[in-house]
Design a binder for this molecule. Structure first.
Ligand code: SF4
Length: 462
């Protein structure tokens, strides 16, 4: 029997055929590029019970992750999932918003470009395992806050903005392209990334382009493109790079809502708390969806599941989900916490992130107003929220570090003992409550208060 290609590296990317070892066994990722039926989702849950420990994650990017597999059961899951003929992602991750093609408010349908990029990239080898291209046509649900190596954002039906690295807000504006140039340009950039070194990411391309101003990596980019009255000629990379980080506003809408779509269709966003559900609960949700006549569902960003049907069926499913502990509202404080699997599921974790997060949601609801994600992470790797957060709690070997306006591995402003973690957070929430100005949200208040006063409050100093 062929040895299972275990993925043991930090930062490795789990896949269906290359599961990753975690604290509760192997984890295999199922990436779907289209919606499936509630019955198919039920079958996946049954396989998670049969081959794993029954726990399923819906990741921040909208992938399903089956936990608790063994070296024996993981290949069986792989084979049985593949036998279901699901729309599995094969090759490069090229992501589109979950309502793409159904959303009357989108600027352009991103699916044809995404499919063309997927196809054209098949022969490229040597890309980083987590290489991601986002093609965002605008609309009700955007992928603005997801990190991407290469991001395309529709400006009109014929014009796409291309960004390198980061989120839509922090990514580096590379160029504005006519639609007919998009695929070739993205493929040239991917080839350039593949040639740099293994695991080079979109942000590395920025430095590479700056160093090689006289060697443009891409074909003619904006030649012939007219923006307003300006006709942009073939672009020198130094000029392209001179455009710098974009100032585009991110602020992607929450998927936990009801969305009117084209042709009378609606979508409702539902999610397990902190992105993790046991299969039994998900099966009950899918059974109810099927009973209501709902025909399709799609895992989506922010740990959500979107169900598509009539408004009446979507509302009924939302009521059922709310009564059974799922997140169904953009105002649910649990939806404003990014918590990794934590202890005991991950063997790198030193804290039980979900317990801390559940207590925080119950005790600090006013702090969790949706203006930021509270990051609760079992270790400094920060899987659940790679971007900086206004406030993060990070498990370390002997205590919990508290970080403001930073990533999990950044310099803490204070520390808490393991046992005092939620009490410390309550003190910070109390400070924000007393200091908040009219119309000021929690993120702005935390930023204004600053690390010194947060540290004083965290440690209980007057
Ligand atoms: S961030 Fe969380 S899930 Fe990721 S390795 Fe650390 S403890 Fe594990």
């Amino acid at each position: 029997m062929t040895a299972l290609p275990l993925n043991m590296q930090r930062g490795a990317c789990p896949a269906l055929s290359a599961p990753m070892m975690t604290g509760d066994g192997l984890l295999a990722r199922i990436s779907l590029i289209e919606a499936i039926s509630p019955e198919e989702l039920t079958d996946i849950c049954r396989l998670a019970l049969k081959h794993g420990n029954g726990m399923i994650d819906i990741s921040a990017r909208g992938n399903l992750q089956v936990r608790g597999l063994t070296e024996t059961s993981a290949p069986r899951l792989d084979a049985e999932i593949r036998a279901m003929s699901l729309p599995l992602r094969d090759g490069l991750a090229v992501e589109v918003p979950p309502l793409a093609g159904m959303d009357g408010s989108e600027i352009a349908d991103p699916r044809p470009l995404a499919e063309a990029i997927r196809e054209a990239s098949r022969g490229i080898t040597g890309l980083a395992p987590k290489m991601t291209v986002v093609v965002d046509g605008g609309g009700l649900l955007r992928l603005s806050d997801l990190l991407a190596d290469i991001r395309l954002v529709a400006l009109s039906k014929r014009e796409w903005k291309l960004l390198l690295g980061g989120t839509e807000q922090s990514g580096f504006l590379f160029n504005v392209l006519r639609e007919t140039l998009v695929v070739d340009t993205v493929i040239e950039l991917l080839k350039r990334l593949a040639s740099l070194r293994n695991k080079a990411r979109g942000r590395d391309l920025i430095a590479d382009l700056a160093e090689n101003k006289k060697a443009p990596p891409a074909p003619p980019l904006s030649s012939g493109l007219s923006r307003g009255s300006a006709s942009v000629e073939k672009t020198d990379p130094s000029q392209m790079l001179g455009t710098g980080p974009t100032m585009t506003s991110g602020n992607a809408a929450s998927p936990f809502d009801l969305f009117p779509l084209s042709d009378g269709l609606h979508a409702v966003g539902i999610g397990p708390a902190f992105g993790q559900a046991n299969s039994g609960n998900l099966i009950a949700l899918c059974d109810e969806a099927a009973r209501l006549g709902i025909k399709s569902a799609k895992p989506a960003f922010d740990h959500s599941l979107l169900f598509f049907s009539t408004e009446i069926a979507c509302r009924a499913l939302r009521d059922f989900a709310a009564n059974n502990g799922f997140v169904t509202s953009a105002t649910d404080p649990r939806g404003h916490i990014a918590a990794c699997s934590g202890s005991p599921a991950c063997n790198s974790a030193t804290i039980a992130t979900h317990e801390i997060a559940a207590t925080a949601a119950a005790e600090c609801a006013d702090l969790l107003d949706g203006s930021f994600k509270l990051h609760v992470t079992g270790c400094p790797k920060g899987c659940a929220h790679p971007q900086p957060a206004a406030l993060a709690l990070c498990g370390t070997a002997d205590r919990v570090s508290l970080i403001a306006q930073g990533k999990a591995a950044d310099e803490p402003f204070a520390f808490s003992s393991f046992a005092d973690t939620n009490a410390t957070l309550r003190r910070l929430a109390d400070l924000v409550r007393s200091e908040r100005r009219p119309s000021e949200n929690s993120a702005a208040c935390l930023a204004r208060i600053g690390s010194d006063r947060l540290a004083a409050a965290a440690t209980g100093r007057p």
